[in-house]
Design a protein around this ligand. Sequence first.
Ligand SMILES: Cc1cc2nc3c(=O)[nH]c(=O)nc-3n(C[C@H](O)[C@H](O)[C@H](O)COP(=O)(O)O)c2cc1C
Length: 224
Amino acid sequence: MNKVCFINGSPRGINSTSKGLINKVIEMLDMQKTQSHELSVVEWRRKNTKEEDFELMSTMHAIVFVFPLYVDAIPSSLLEFMYAFDEYLTKHPCPQDYKAPKVYSIINNGFIEGKQNINALQIMAHYSTRIGYNWRFGIGIGAGEFMRETMEVIPLKSKLKQGIYNAFTVLTTDLEGQEVTGQNNIMTNPSMPKLIFTAAASRHWIKEAKMSKKTLSKRVWAEA
Ligand SMILES: Cc1cc2nc3c(=O)[nH]c(=O)nc-3n(C[C@H](O)[C@H](O)[C@H](O)COP(=O)(O)O)c2cc1C
């Protein structure tokens, strides 16, 4: 039985796209072959006994870091978690016959292009090597806010999200399997014209800002 731990690295916690994506991957996993665990960086930061989560992580066969892209990189709270785990592993060296866990990452970003996650995926690959774990591959997903809003309304198997479904199929097959074959990072996003995405995203953010387009423009220019 392969033990897999999903780390939700979004500061939004359970309300995040990251959490929705974790749920979808877990739904696709064969529970006869894998046992899944979940940790959240938001909850870890609130804990007094922070090492408990690291103890669990160090018993896993695979770890999947799932988080949003922040300024082309990693949210600072997740970075804090990663540094702390690195420190924990230095203090608790693994036995010699220990097989290093595999590491994967799913990063979602606001813009439509999933390929914007490439630099952050490279950071995750370097991190895995640094802690002595085996980097496998990552998935970059664009239009993260759209994914969050439509998580339960538009299925992953729909034509619009087929690329994400295919990427998750590759991931779950790898998580369930023993043999290790090469796999590159997968960059994907919902398949829709950029113009339609931009128009919908603009409407979404004006709604989120809770002010009219005119007031928002004035505010942006005043603060520029
Ligand atoms: C501080 C901050 C920085 C961000 N930087 C980027 C960025 O560089 N590129 C991008 O495409 N989206 C960026 N975003 C958008 C998030 O990646 C996007 O909203 C994502 O879907 C949030 O996922 P979550 O719900 O899992 O946290 C940023 C958002 C915030 C709050």
